[in-house]
Write a protein that binds this ligand. Structure first.
Ligand SMILES: Nc1nc2c(c(=O)[nH]1)N[C@H]1C(S)=C(S)[C@@H](COP(=O)(O)O)O[C@H]1N2
Ligand SMILES: [Mo]
Length: 320
C-alpha cells in the first residue's frame, strides 16, 4: 500500500535517508581498520580530497559580503558525500570514484565567436582571475538543496578575457570526456560529454560564477574540479562540472538533460516553486543534512538579481 502511494518525487528523500546509514557504516568500517587515517591506504580506498592540489595555497580567499544566506551552510561532510556527477555513476555516492579524475594538467579552451580564442592551463587561469568566496544556495531539480561557500571568479571576468564578438549570443559549456576514468561515460545511451548553456546576458549577470574552490579549499573532485559553473537561480543541473571548453555561439546549446528528456528538462531551468516538474512538485525542498523542508523561492531567492533577464519573454519554457 505504501509503495503504491509513494510518489516518484519522494525518491531523493528516500535516497537521503540511506545516505546516513552509508556514512555510519563507512565510519564503523574505518574504525575496524584502525581509524580514518587509514582510509587512504586500507581497503583500497582513496582519500576524499586531493591534498596535493597545486592551487591549495590560493585558499581561503576573501568572502564577498554581497552574497548572504537565509539558512545555515550545509556541513562540508554532507555536501561532499552527496553529489550528482553522472560521469561517475547515476547515484549520489560518487565521491570516491571521482577521485580517479586527474585534474592536472587541465586546460580550458575558449573558442567560437570571440576575439581571444585560447586554451589556457587552469593554474594560469587561476592566476589571472580575481578570486573571492560567495555563499550561495543550490537547488537541485530533485527537490533537495544545500548552501555552500564557493570560491572562484565571476563568469563575467572570463567572458571579458574571451572578448565576445557581436553575434555571440550563448555560451556552450562542455565537461571532460574520458570513459577510461569516468565509468559512467561508458554508458553509451547518455549523450556524453555533459553540455550546458547560458545566454551571454545570463553569463555576465553578477551571480554567474565559476567555482574553483569550496569550503575554503580547492574544489574536491566530486564538486566538479578543477572548475565548474555555478548558476544558483537555476536548477542544479545547469551548474556543469569539470569544464574543459566554453564555446561562444549564435546557436542555443542543447544541454545534456534536454537531449535526454526535453519534456522534463529545458534550456532555461529557472527555479520556480509554482511550476512543478512533470513527475513531482517543486514547491518545497529538503535541506541536505537536516530534517528541514523549506518553501522553495522564485529564482531560488535571487529574483532581485535575475528576474529582469526574463521580462517580457514570450513562448519560452522558463522554469523547466
Ligand atoms: N558534468 C556534470 N555536471 C553536473 C552534473 C553531472 O552529472 N555532470 N550534475 C548536475 C546536478 S543535477 C547537480 S544538482 C549539481 C550537483 O552539484 P554538487 O554535487 O556539487 O552538489 O551538479 C550538476 N553538474
Ligand atoms: Mo540536480
Amino acid at each position: 500500500m505504501n509503495i503504491l502511494k509513494r510518489r516518484s518525487w519522494e525518491l531523493p528523500e528516500r535516497e537521503a535517508t540511506p545516505e546516513h546509514i552509508f556514512l555510519n557504516r563507512r565510519q564503523i568500517l574505518a574504525g575496524l581498520v584502525g581509524g580514518g587515517a587509514l582510509l587512504g591506504s586500507g581497503l583500497g580506498m582513496r582519500p576524499a580530497f586531493a591534498e596535493d592540489d597545486p592551487s591549495a595555497g590560493l585558499y581561503p580567499v576573501q568572502r564577498n559580503p554581497a552574497f548572504q544566506l537565509d539558512r545555515d551552510l550545509t556541513a562540508e561532510d554532507v555536501a561532499s558525500k552527496y553529489n550528482n556527477f553522472y560521469e561517475f555513476g547515476s547515484h549520489k555516492q560518487i565521491w570516491s570514484a571521482a577521485q580517479d579524475l586527474k585534474i592536472r594538467p587541465w586546460t580550458v579552451t575558449l573558442d567560437g565567436l570571440i576575439d581571444n580564442p585560447q586554451t589556457i592551463g587552469i593554474d594560469d587561469l587561476l592566476a589571472k582571475m580575481p578570486l573571492e568566496e560567495r555563499l550561495y544556495r543550490h537547488r537541485c531539480v530533485e527537490a533537495w538543496s544545500m548552501a555552500v561557500p564557493w570560491s572562484g571568479f565571476a563568469l563575467a571576468d572570463l567572458v571579458r578575457l574571451a572578448g565576445p564578438q557581436t553575434g555571440a549570443k550563448y555560451l556552450r559549456f562542455e565537461t571532460f570526456h574520458d570513459p577510461s576514468v569516468a565509468s559512467g561515460q561508458k554508458q553509451s545511451w547518455y549523450p556524453w560529454p555533459y553540455v550546458e548553456g547560458l545566454t551571454l546576458e545570463e553569463a555576465t549577470n553578477e551571480l554567474a560564477f565559476m567555482a574553483t574552490g569550496v569550503y575554503g579549499k580547492p574544489l574536491a573532485n566530486q564538486f566538479g574540479a578543477p572548475v565548474r559553473l555555478v548558476s544558483p537561480w537555476k536548477y542544479g543541473f545547469k551548474s556543469i562540472k569539470s569544464v574543459v571548453r566554453i564555446t561562444f555561439t549564435d546557436q542555443r546549446p542543447v544541454s545534456f538533460w534536454e537531449e535526454i528528456q526535453p519534456k522534463e528538462y529545458g534550456f532555461w531551468a529557472n527555479v520556480n516553486p509554482s511550476v512543478p516538474h512533470r513527475r513531482w512538485p517543486q514547491a518545497s525542498e529538503k535541506l541536505l543534512g537536516t530534517d528541514e523542508r523549506r518553501t522553495t523561492l522564485l529564482f531560488n531567492g535571487y529574483e532581485e538579481q535575475v528576474a529582469h533577464l526574463y521580462k517580457g519573454m514570450k513562448g519560452e519554457l522558463l522554469y523547466m
